[in-house]
Design a protein around this ligand. Structure first.
Ligand code: URA
Length: 459
């Protein structure tokens, strides 16, 4: 089977067989298919789409490219959350601490930045000494000790996704429901969890800009998970502006610490609320609480009592080389050499933020990757002072840019400024804000196993 023939087949909109998908995915994972051919195939998938059967096969083949975790030696329910990716999306750190503090086990396998969105692993690595590359044995031992471990894909878990994810990031092939579903579900189904909450973003900073596309993706993922006997629900959540008040790796960790310390301000309200909501669903799906309302109360209690913060410290102690001082002294997080204010050039109200552009502004400062081999500058990013609906005065700061300049010809700041110029819409009248934080829940009724439309053979 020649890769070029399979590329042509998908380019022309035809449906692949199991053998064809396996040849492509396994060939690429093993290194026998080069990046340029896989990129072409990914682009064909993005443009022509995949049938539900193809998506189920792709998920299965990616899952079976590696090992699955056996967590049966750890008592109690195991639950995880995964987001389709957003700007300033940092709920993972807060909810992992909340949920583990309440006694559940959270085995979280995450990814790096993708496109304009930030990655959990990149953010974690901004914490000095934090190790996301645990062996499976170490992962198990951290999980047993504190109920939560946050790691990247090991060589054993879904290696196909690890390679494809990095390639999609730099080839404009992220925004495909088929590829996102297979990427997320192949990792998550390998984790040995009982339940999964999906945070499917929609809006200008999401891969799925339109709500109906987000719902379609959510349905695909919920059905895939339910077919595997997992309890899965997907929250369709708003990403029309960054979540919280920070964008950029260490700045986002700082904001999470503020929330867990109870020192957050009004611009972090949406982040705190969504972290509580997702935790509530994690409690509900695992029967820790008999309603989502009760789950919210439990999540609040974990935050306000300081138990989530204590759990976060425990995770840092176990995965961060023992140094938890960053929690009490966030100044120990990497910080950029320079800051400058991005100011409003008129009076009025912010009526819209081009959220994807704001993510790209952080990326060009060095907070994300443009090429696979790029290294991340953990310190750079943006601190927002205004969000949609806020009044602004001419000359008032909309956000502070944290940046580094490695040479005189370094034009990253000017690029970021240019992007930001076109990212805010300011009008005279106060906008009516009617976008809820959670638009809809898919799978909340917990349909019985096997009720979905997708059949994943041989899993
Ligand atoms: N998160 C993932 O793990 N994969 C995607 O494709 C998108 C978000």
């Amino acid at each position: 089977m020649r890769p070029v023939d399979l590329i042509r087949k998908k380019r022309d909109g035809a449906e692949h067989t199991r053998e064809e998908i396996a040849a492509l995915v396994n060939g690429y994972t093993a290194g026998s298919i080069p990046d340029y051919q896989m990129s072409a195939w990914l682009m064909a998938v993005l443009l022509k789409g995949m049938s539900r059967t193809e998506i189920a096969l792709l998920t299965e083949i990616m899952l079976n490219s590696g090992a699955t975790m056996d967590l049966s030696s750890i008592p109690g329910k195991k639950v995880d959350k995964h987001s389709t990716g957003g700007v300033g999306d940092k709920t993972s750190f807060i909810l992992a601490a909340i949920v583990a503090a309440a006694g559940l086990t959270v085995p979280m396998i995450s990814g790096r930045g993708l496109g304009h969105t930030g990655g959990t692993l990149d953010k974690l690595e901004s914490i000095p000494g934090f190790n996301v590359n645990l062996t499976t044995d170490n992962f198990m031992s951290v999980l047993k000790s504190c109920g939560c471990a946050l790691i990247g894909q090991t060589a054993e878990i879904a290696p196909a996704d690890k390679k494809l994810y990095a390639l999609r990031d730099v080839t404009g092939t992220v925004e495909s429901p088929a590829l996102i579903c297979a990427s997320i579900m192949s990792k998550k189904l390998a984790e040995g969890i009982d339940a999964l909450v999906l945070d499917v973003k929609t809006g200008s900073g999401a891969f799925m800009k339109k709500k109906e596309d987000a719902v379609h993706l959510a349905e695909l993922m919920v059905e895939t998970g339910q077919q595997m006997g997992k309890r899965v629900a997907a929250l369709i959540t708003d990403m029309d502006q960054p979540l919280g008040r920070t964008v950029g790796n260490s700045l986002e960790i700082l904001e999470c610490i503020e929330i867990m310390r109870g020192e957050d301000g009004p611009l972090s309200k949406d982040l705190r609320e969504l972290s509580v909501e997702l935790s509530a669903w994690m409690f509900f799906l695992t029967d820790k609480c008999d309603s989502v309302d009760a789950g919210r109360n439990l999540a609040e209690e974990m935050l306000t009592s300081g138990k989530a913060l204590d759990k976060f410290k425990q995770i840092l102690r176990l995965q961060g080389g023992g140094d938890i001082s960053v929690v009490d002294k966030p100044s120990r997080l990497p910080h950029a050499a320079h800051t400058t204010e991005f100011k409003s050039s008129s009076d009025g109200f912010i009526t819209a933020m081009q959220c994807e552009q704001i993510g790209i502004a952080s990326l060009v400062l060095g907070g994300g990757r443009s090429k696979k081999e790029d290294t991340i500058d953990h310190a750079v990013g943006l601190i927002l002072h205004k969000k949609v609906g806020d009044a602004v005065k001419n000359g008032e700061s909309l956000c502070t840019i944290h940046y580094n300049a490695v040479s005189d010809s370094d034009n990253r700041l000017s690029q970021a400024l240019e992007i930001l110029e076109s990212s805010y819409t300011i009008a005279v009248d106060r906008p009516a804000i009617n976008r809820p934080l959670v638009h809809q829940v898919v799978g909340g009724a917990l349909r019985a196993r096997g009720a979905g439309e997708i059949s994943i053979a041989s899993l």
